[in-house]
Design a protein around this ligand. Structure first.
Ligand SMILES: Nc1ncnc2c1ncn2[C@@H]1O[C@H](COP(=O)(O)OP(=O)(O)OP(=O)(O)O)[C@@H](O)[C@H]1O
Ligand SMILES: [Mg+2]
Length: 299
């Protein structure tokens, strides 16, 4: 089913100390899409996410899930949180239980499931994030990457329709970050809507279906990754750099190595394929060297 799963309509929000964090934010998240939020520190990404699952409530404007305005009574919020899960940036603010198994079981138990159902959910979530081997470990001594996986498994076990990740790859080593992006793709292929915030423009460019750029509590720009990252004036205004793929592509195109109408590739492998296709008509140095070697051998 297509159509919006979450809508934010002219939402304003100020924290109790008076800080205006959202100042008329409007946006739509399509069901089943992969959405990235970019924007400088303090732009309002985390505050927006807390609005999407009802932890915070707009002082003006509305948030809708599945076409219905959010309601903030206990029951409605429990129902909403079954469907919209958040993985916080810091796993320590998400993991409460002493052991990994306990922590992941907590949500499903709270939904009132039988022990057998909970066990099924937990096993599924452990397998999805690849942490079966640490299921019995105390949460306290896990590495940051392991804690992140436990936090993700806890949300997956609830089987929400939307999963929001606040800066999922920050403070992870490159290999763990790459594995996490593969996991996000798996979750998306499973039909879920996946929303992330990041400061990494390369991730935003290659991974997203749609990119939102936030600035001072508002949407500064929205579009496909190509639309967003070809808008140099906007990028400069909000202090965002270009993804390296766009940089290299532009350099090659502007210097005549690619035709003016060459399509902008999304991934490293697509860019390399494009370069290879342009080079196939020219000679390769290695061919020349092996030809020379053959001539030398013959004569
Ligand atoms: N609990 C709070 N009390 C008061 N002000 C807050 C609180 N949390 C956030 N803010 C303020 O609200 C604004 C938006 O902050 P928010 O955390 O949503 O930004 P962000 O885009 O997630 O930034 P970052 O990239 O640093 O995570 C900032 O001005 C911030 O200082
Ligand atoms: Mg934040």
């Amino acid at each position: 089913m297509v159509g919006p799963i979450l809508e934010v309509v002219d939402v304003h929000f100020a924290y109790p100390d008076g800080t205006q964090a959202l100042a008329g934010m409007s946006l739509t998240i399509e069901r089943g899409s992969k959405v990235v939020f970019l924007g400088p520190n303090g732009a309002g990404k985390t505050t927006l996410f807390l609005q999407l699952n009802g932890i915070l409530r707009p002082s003006q404007g509305v948030v809708r899930f599945d076409g219905n305005d959010l309601r903030y009574d206990r029951r409605s919020l429990m129902e909403l949180r079954k469907n919209v899960g958040i993985v916080f940036q810091d796993p320590d603010s998400q993991i409460f239980s002493a052991s990994v198994l306990q922590d992941i079981s907590f949500g499903p138990f709270n939904l009132g499931m039988s022990e057998e159902e909970v066990r099924g959910r937990v096993q599924g979530a452990l397998a999805a994030v690849g942490i079966e081997s640490i299921a019995d470990r105390p949460t306290h001594f896990l590495s940051l990457g392991q804690k992140k996986r436990v936090a993700i498994a806890g949300v997956l076990a609830m089987e929400p329709q939307v999963i929001i990740f606040d800066e999922p790859t920050s403070s992870l080593d490159p290999k763990t970050a790459k594995q996490l992006l593969i996991l996000l793709d798996d979750i998306s292929r499973d039909g879920k809507t996946v929303v992330i915030s990041t400061h990494d423009v390369d991730i935003a460019y290659s991974w997203a279906d749609r990119v939102y750029v936030l600035e001072s509590g508002r949407v500064a720009d929205a579009g496909t990754p190509q639309e967003i990252f070809l808008d140099e004036a906007m990028l400069e205004r909000v202090d965002l750099t270009q993804p390296w793929i766009v940089d290299v592509w532009r350099e090659l195109r502007d210097n005549g190595y690619l035709p003016p109408n060459a399509l902008l590739p999304r991934t490293k492998s697509a860019l390399l394929a494009l370069i290879r296709s342009r080079l196939c008509h020219s000679f390769r140095i290695t061919d020349l060297v092996s030809e020379r070697a053959a001539i030398n051998e013959r004569g």
